[in-house]
Ligand binder design. Structure first.
Ligand SMILES: [Zn+2]
Ligand SMILES: [Zn+2]
Length: 308
C-alpha cells in the first residue's frame, strides 16, 4: 500500500535548516512584511479591532449590516481555507497567475498577514505537528496555540526557504510585505457601502469573528473531536469545527493526507470549501484538484477505529 509520501512528492520543505531566528537577530528580507519588526503595531491593531467591536452598541444594526457581515466573513474565510491553506500551503490544485493573486488578496484581507508568511508557517506546522518547533501546538498551551503564537517573535519572519515555490512571484512578495493594504481597502469599502455601521459590522466584527473561527483549527482541532487516522500529532475530526470553518475541521483527515483538496474524505463530511472549489473548477478558474486515494483512506489497517 502506498503511503501519502509515495503517492505525492515528499512533503514540502523537509530538507531545510530547522533553526528559527527571531526577527531581531537577523536582517529583514523583502518578504518579511513591513510590520514584522514593529510588533507593537500589529498588537495594537489586533486588540484595537477586538475592543472596537463594542461600537455595535453605538451604531446599531440593520439587515444590510448583517448581509455585509456574512459576505465579508464567508468570502474571507474562503480566502484562508481555499486560498492560504489548500492552495498556497499545500498546492492541492492549480490555477492561473491572476486568480492566484486574487486568492492571495482575499486571504490577506483577513488580517492574518501575508500569503508567504502564512503558508510557510503552516508548512512548518505540518513538519513539526505537536512537536518542538511547531509554531502553534496546544501542547504549548491552548491560548498560545489559539492566538499567543502570533506575537511570539520566533514566528515573525517569513521562512522564505519553506515557500520558495511562491516566493518567485514578485506580486506575492509585494503583497506579503504590504499585507496591510487589502484590509485597509476592505475597511474603506465597508464604510462606503454601509456607512459607520457597515464599517463596524462588515469589518471590525467580521474580522474578529473570522480570527477566532479560523484559529480554532490551531487550538481546538488538535483537542476536540475524534481521531480516525493514527497521525503523529493530536489532530482530530470535528463536524462542529468543519461547519464553522468550511471543512477545515476534518483536521485529522488533513494531517493524514495533506495533498488532498477535499478535507471531508467522505460524502457525509461536509466541506464547503471543497464545494466552492468544485464550482470554481466547473467554470474553469481552478483545475487539477487532487483527490485522496480511496484505497488509502479506506484501508482499515490505517485507521484507529474501523467504523468511523
Ligand atoms: Zn494544512
Ligand atoms: Zn494541525
Amino acid at each position: 500500500m502506498a503511503t501519502p509520501a509515495e503517492v505525492f512528492p515528499p512533503q514540502l520543505g523537509t530538507d531545510v535548516d530547522e533553526s528559527v531566528q527571531p526577527i531581531s537577530a537577523r536582517p529583514a528580507v523583502d518578504a518579511d512584511g513591513v510590520w514584522a519588526q514593529q510588533r507593537w503595531i500589529s498588537r495594537t491593531l489586533y486588540w484595537g479591532i477586538h475592543a472596537a467591536c463594542v461600537l455595535v452598541f453605538v451604531v446599531g444594526v440593520s439587515t444590510g449590516d448583517l448581509v455585509l457581515l456574512a459576505a465579508t466573513f464567508w468570502a474571507r474565510l474562503f480566502g484562508i481555507t481555499g486560498g492560504y491553506h489548500r492552495y498556497f500551503s499545500h498546492k492541492t490544485y492549480k490555477t492561473s497567475r491572476v486568480f492566484q493573486f486574487v486568492l492571495a488578496w482575499l486571504g490577506a484581507s483577513s488580517v492574518q498577514k501575508g500569503p508567504l508568511w502564512w503558508a510557510a508557517n503552516h508548512r512548518l506546522h505540518h513538519r513539526k505537528s505537536d512537536q518542538p518547533g511547531d509554531p502553534h501546538s496546544p501542547n504549548d498551551g491552548f491560548w498560545y496555540s489559539h492566538t499567543g503564537w502570533i506575537f511570539d517573535g520566533r514566528w515573525d519572519v517569513t521562512r522564505v526557504d519553506l515557500i520558495e515555490d511562491f516566493n518567485q512571484y514578485p506580486e506575492l512578495r509585494w503583497l506579503n510585505r504590504w499585507h496591510i493594504v487589502p484590509p485597509v481597502v476592505l475597511a474603506l469599502l465597508c464604510l462606503w457601502i454601509g456607512g459607520w455601521s457597515g464599517g463596524v459590522w462588515g469589518f471590525l466584527v467580521s474580522t474578529t469573528l473570522l480570527w477566532h473561527s479560523t484559529y480554532t483549527i490551531n487550538s481546538l482541532a488538535h483537542r476536540m473531536g475524534r481521531r480516525r487516522y493514527p497521525t503523529h500529532d493530536d489532530s482530530r475530526n470535528s463536524l462542529l469545527l468543519a461547519l464553522l470553518t468550511w471543512g477545515e475541521g476534518w483536521h485529522n483527515n488533513h494531517h493524514f493526507f495533506q495533498g488532498s483538496t477535499r478535507q471531508g474524505f467522505f460524502w457525509w463530511e461536509i466541506d464547503i470549501t471543497y464545494y466552492v472549489l468544485r464550482s470554481l473548477q466547473a467554470v474553469g478558474l481552478v483545475w487539477d484538484m487532487r483527490e485522496p486515494p480511496q484505497a488509502l483512506i479506506n484501508d482499515p489497517k490505517r485507521r484507529i477505529q474501523a467504523a468511523s
